[in-house]
Design a protein around this ligand. Structure first.
Ligand code: ADP
Ligand code: ZN
Length: 295
């Protein structure tokens, strides 16, 4: 029986599962992300109990090296997370389990999973953006996950910042007021002095937040021509953001793009994830499946 393994490797927890899709998860475990050695050992121990696997997909926090031809393939590279910079995540797992491994970013994994089973089925060019502790984007471009020199880092783009309307300086340690610095969950908390989930639905925070997200989506739309954009992550639990973001995207584009996705179907252009909170681990399984099918 065909089975794939998936690891959702997050900065706070790891989720490991085996199966073939949303209706067929045969085993699952989760544990906190501690030291690389201990965390990797627990993942290996879980998969050892699961019988034969075709392949394993790892959808990980980063930055990381997803290029199989690179000497540091499989490494988490320059992360600020203590103990994890320059960690070989794939090597020990591949060596211990003897299966092919596909390694990609958490958001590229989520994009793949959404395309396979969720909100982007049938599309070949789309984005998955998470707005949570950080902001990151995964892109499917003509049927392939987008990589290049490394992988996209869509959270760190610059967007217009009106200092008079929003004097908050931003919290990105590298750029201050980049998109992540202005619009991530921790940025909301720092600006307003309370956790984002405690801000009332009619708080001015959301209009401002929607404006920043919309500027980013306009840039991504003009650059990558996606057929759909999926917005996930904790901050997007605020469902009132969706209509605000859609309206602002249309306003900023100002009629320039006469494609039906945007002109007539903005409600289907900017959407929540179809897999909800399962996007991460299912994305990892989808990476495993892809590794098994397309070597
Ligand atoms: P992570 O990015 O760490 O994987 P999340 O996507 O849940 O996890 O993002 C966590 C961030 O999202 C925190 O900054 C938190 O304040 C914020 N957040 C979580 N739930 C909500 C909510 N319902 N409304 C607004 N913000 C939320
Ligand atoms: Zn930044």
């Amino acid at each position: 029986m065909t089975t794939y393994g998936g690891i959702e490797a997050g900065g706070t927890k790891f989720v490991c599962a085996v199966g073939t899709g949303p209706d067929d998860i045969r085993a699952e475990t989760r544990f906190p992300t501690t030291t690389p050695q201990e965390t990797i050992r627990r993942a290996i121990a879980f998969f050892r109990e699961q019988g034969e696997l075709e392949a394993i997909g790892i959808a990980s926090f980063g930055p990381l090296d997803p290029d199989p031809a690179s000497p540091t393939f499989g490494y988490i590279t320059s992360t600020p997370k203590p103990g994890w910079a320059n960690t070989d995540l794939v090597g020990p797992i591949k060596a211990a389990l003897g299966v092919p491994v596909r390694f990609d970013t958490d958001v590229n994994g989520a994009a793949l999973g959404e395309g396979r089973w969720g909100a982007a089925q049938g599309l070949d060019t789309f984005l998955y953006l998470t707005i949570g502790t950080g902001i990151g984007g995964g892109a499917m471009a003509e049927g392939n996950l987008l990589h290049g020199a490394m992988h996209p880092e869509m959270g760190h783009i610059r967007i217009p910042h009106n200092w008079e309307a929003d004097p908050f300086e931003g919290i990105c340690p590298f750029h201050g007021d980049c998109l992540e610095g202005l619009a991530s969950g921790p940025a909301l908390e720092a600006r307003w002095g309370t956790r984002a989930e405690t801000l009332p639905e009619d708080h001015p925070a959301w209009e401002l937040e929607a404006g920043y997200i919309a500027h980013a989506l306009v840039n991504f739309t003009l650059t990558l021509a996606p057929q759909r954009i999926i917005l996930g992550g904790g901050v997007m639990e605020q469902a009132q953001l969706f209509p605000l973001v859609r309206a602002k995207v249309r306003e900023l584009l100002n009629g320039y793009l006469q494609v039906s996705e945007i002109a007539e179907g903005i409600d289907e252009f900017i959407v929540p994830p179809g897999l909800g909170g399962r996007a991460g681990v299912l994305g990892a399984i989808a990476l495993g499946e892809r590794q098994a099918i397309v070597r």
